[in-house]
Design a protein around this ligand. Structure first.
Ligand SMILES: [Zn+2]
Length: 372
């Protein structure tokens, strides 16, 4: 029997798969469902830093090379169960409520139900469903699929959809994620001895310089990109002195700066500028940068998304996705049911209509990319 999108979403929302847990139980159910829908399924596994087993699934229907892949992740952010019944999915006012309903178990269920409706003999090119682990924390599942999956690397799908919630608007670009970690070392002592050196005082002049960088990011248009809303990079700073007490000098203060790189926004200049300022004070500094996602709005996959949804113009979003790991391998569009504002909230929900609509949209995309 073909799965029902509402029932399947409820089934997988009711299995907690918060990123810090193992996701084997939900993946067992998804694997069995995919096999029932005539998909061949590959399981990839790694052990995370906490020793938990993490599974990603790559499923295929139809033979040959190229074709179309539908991408989602099986992990969620924590349930915050103290505030609501996160893992007991409920339907109210045409909404399906529960942790992950929107980000992104509902969208994931819609890809499976759309794929299930296709008879393998109809396919001229293969159809893939890719479900990654740990998207919310490290993206490691996606990297493993890109590097190690036999099905993914032998089919080499040409086109793909990342099913993250965009209210079914095709999205051709999203911001990346950059992080700079600056550490100042002082000397811990009880203030009664006055022998300590506070890392907080050491780092303070540097922090004042970061206020200026933050202002620059908000005012200088060369650090912005008006294809995005907002066009600014969200430059932010958090501080950690280890919860130092008022009568002790801080031994170590860590300043973490983050922002969201966009194409042509001088993000490397920001990293270089901050790194240089930190080195001037002899602080320890490390940085990393997740690239933004960008594809031409004219690309075939974006145009296919527009045709399937009946929309006239693609959009951009400010949040990141697994597209980082896959954009070098194939043409991608981000397109899924639900509103990202629901993601990670207490009371998270997805509109039922969006789920039904998504099944139709994915079905049309499969027809355009794998059948015609
Ligand atoms: Zn997501």
């Amino acid at each position: 029997m073909k799965p029902d999108v509402i029932q399947l979403t409820k089934d997988i929302v009711s299995i907690s798969s918060v990123s810090h847990q193992s996701n084997t139980i939900i993946c067992d159910l998804l694997e069995e469902t995919l096999k029932r829908c005539e998909f061949e399924v590959e399981r990839l596994q790694f052990i995370d830093q906490e020793g938990k087993t993490k599974i990603s699934l790559v499923a295929k229907k139809g033979a040959g090379k190229g074709g179309f892949g539908m991408f989602s992740h099986s992990d969620t952010v924590p349930g915050d169960e103290w505030a609501w019944d996160a893992f007991s999915p409920a339907i109210k006012n045409n909404r399906l409520i529960g942790r992950g309903s929107c980000d992104m178990k509902g969208p994931l269920a819609a890809t499976i139900v759309a794929g299930a409706s296709i008879n393998p003999s109809q396919l001229n090119k293969p159809l893939l469903i890719i479900i990654t682990a740990d998207e919310e924390i490290s993206g490691r599942g996606a990297r493993q699929v890109a590097e190690e999956s036999v099905i993914f690397n032998s089919c080499r799908p040409m086109h793909g959809v990342i099913a993250e919630p965009t209210q079914l608007t095709p999205v051709y670009a999203h911001k990346g994620g950059a992080r700079i970690v600056v550490t100042a070392y002082g000397k811990s002592a009880h203030t009664s001895t006055d022998l300590g050196i506070s890392a907080n005082f050491l780092i303070a002049p540097f922090l004042a310089e970061m206020v200026e960088v933050a202002k620059l990011c908000k005012t200088d248009e060369s650090f912005m990109n008006y294809e995005f809303d907002p066009p600014t990079n969200g430059f932010n700073m958090i501080l950690d002195d280890g919860g130092c007490k008022p009568n002790v000098t801080a031994a170590k203060t860590i300043c973490t700066l983050g922002f969201r790189p966009m194409p042509d926004d001088r993000s490397q200049d920001i990293i270089d500028m901050v790194t240089e300022k930190a080195k001037k004070y002899d602080f320890e500094v490390t940085s990393s940068q997740g690239q933004p996602f960008y594809i031409s709005p004219e690309a075939r996959i974006v145009q296919t998304g527009l045709k399937a949804t009946g929309m006239s113009k693609p959009s951009t979003v400010p949040f990141g996705t697994d597209a980082f790991s896959f954009q070098d391998s194939l043409e991608l569009v981000i397109l899924g049911p639900g509103n990202i504002e629901q993601a990670h909230t207490v009371g998270e929900y997805i509109e039922i209509n969006q789920l039904f609509e998504a099944v139709k949209v994915y079905r049309k995309m499969i027809e355009m990319l794998c059948i015609q």
